[in-house]
Design a protein around this ligand. Structure first.
Ligand code: KMH
Ligand code: ZN
Length: 318
C-alpha cells in the first residue's frame, strides 16, 4: 500500500502553462469500454485483453493519443482486479505508444479501497472524479475524503490525475482540491467535462461554456458528450478551444438508428472534426509532452514516492 502523505507539491497557482501546440493540436482520448454497457447489447465493445489492445491500436492509428481504460473479467463484467489491470497496462505499453489512463471510477458498485488500489498498476494517468453525481438510476459516489486520498496518492506516486467533472459543483471541488493540496503530478491541470449523464450537467454548448469559464485559469480540458449529446459537445468543445474524448464508453450510436461500428470509427470522426477545426490530432509523443510525461514513464516533475522534487526543482512556466 503506498504512503498517503504527499511530497511538497507546488500550490495550485504554480501549475504549468500548456505548451504552445495545445492550442494548435487536439488531444483525442478514447474511452473504449466503460463499465456500463454489456457485450450482449454492444457486440463491438472490447472486453478481452486482445480486443482492448486491438481497439487501442486501431484508435492510435486513427488519431487518439490517450486511452481511458476500464477492464472486464472472464464473464465480460467490469472488474478492478489488480493482476488484470497490471497485465493490461503492460500489454498497452508494449503494443501502443498512447498515454495509458486507468479509470479509478470503475463501476458504481466498486468500493473505494479497490478504486484506490488501481494506482498500483502504475498507469501514466488515472481519472479522478471531483464529486458525487446521480448516474441514471444509480449514484456514482465520490466523497471528499476519498477524493483527497486518491489525489494525494497520485501525487506521491507520480501518476497524472485527470479531473472528471460531471457537474458544475465538481468544478468548484477541483478549485478546492488544488487550493488545499497543490498541483497534480506533472504540474498540468487537465480536466474532462463529462456531459449529458442523466443526473449530471446537460451536454449543451451553453453549459460547456459555463463550465469552461469556471475552470482554474491554467487548466486545459477535454469534453465528452454521453449518448446523443456526443456531437453537440464535440463541436462546442472544438469551438471553445478544448480537446475531445470519444468512445463506446460514452456513445454506442453513431447516428440515429445506427450502432457504432467500433471505437476507431468514433476516433476517425473526432479526428476529422479536429482537422476541420484546423487543430489536427496530437501525436502520442505530443500527448505525453502535453501531460508532462516522460517518454519512458513517470512525470517530468515528479517520480518516486521518496524522490519527488519540491517546488524549486520544478520547471514552472509563468
Ligand atoms: N463508470 C462510471 C461509474 C471514470 O472512469 O473515472 C464512472 C466512470 C468515471 O466511468
Ligand atoms: Zn470511465
Amino acid at each position: 500500500m503506498p504512503p498517503v502523505s504527499a511530497p511538497p507539491f507546488p500550490p495550485a497557482a504554480a501549475v504549468l502553462a500548456p505548451p504552445g501546440f495545445a492550442r494548435t493540436r487536439t488531444l483525442i482520448t478514447v474511452a473504449p469500454t466503460g463499465a456500463e454497457s454489456t457485450k450482449a447489447d454492444v457486440p463491438a465493445l472490447p472486453v478481452t485483453l486482445e480486443e482492448l489492445v486491438a481497439a487501442a491500436k486501431a484508435c492510435e492509428a486513427a488519431g487518439a493519443g490517450l486511452v481511458h481504460v476500464h477492464i472486464r473479467d472472464e464473464h465480460a463484467l467490469p472488474t478492478l482486479d489488480l493482476g488484470r489491470l497490471r497485465e493490461t497496462v503492460a500489454a498497452l505499453r508494449e503494443q501502443t505508444s498512447m498515454v495509458i489512463q486507468l479509470s479509478t471510477g470503475g463501476a458504481v458498485t466498486d468500493p473505494y479501497e479497490q478504486r484506490l488500489r488501481v494506482l498500483e498498476a502504475q498507469p501514466d494517468s488515472c481519472s479522478l472524479t471531483c464529486g458525487t453525481v446521480n448516474f441514471g438510476e444509480d449514484v456514482f459516489l465520490n466523497s471528499w475524503p476519498f477524493i483527497v486520498e486518491l489525489y494525494q496518492r497520485t501525487q506521491a506516486m507520480g501518476i497524472v490525475a485527470e479531473f472528471e467533472l460531471f457537474d458544475l459543483g465538481h468544478v468548484a471541488a477541483l478549485h478546492r482540491l488544488l487550493d488545499g493540496y497543490g498541483a497534480p503530478a506533472g504540474g498540468r491541470v487537465h480536466a474532462d467535462l463529462v456531459m449529458g449523464v442523466p443526473g449530471g450537467m446537460p451536454g449543451t454548448a451553453a453549459t460547456l461554456v459555463a463550465a469552461v469559464a469556471a475552470l482554474p485559469e491554467q487548466a486545459t480540458w477535454s469534453a465528452t458528450g454521453i449518448g446523443r449529446s456526443t456531437l453537440p459537445v464535440a463541436l462546442s468543445a472544438l469551438a471553445a478551444g478544448g480537446h475531445l474524448r470519444v468512445g463506446l464508453e460514452d456513445t454506442v450510436t453513431f447516428a440515429r438508428g445506427r450502432p457504432v461500428r467500433d471505437n476507431a470509427e468514433l476516433v476517425e470522426r473526432a479526428a476529422a472534426l479536429a482537422v476541420l477545426a484546423q487543430r489536427p490530432p496530437m501525436s502520442t509523443e505530443q500527448a505525453r509532452e502535453f501531460l508532462n510525461l516522460n517518454p519512458g514513464g513517470g512525470t517530468s516533475t515528479s517520480g518516486s514516492v521518496t524522490g519527488a522534487p519540491g517546488r524549486d526543482e520544478r520547471a514552472v512556466e509563468a
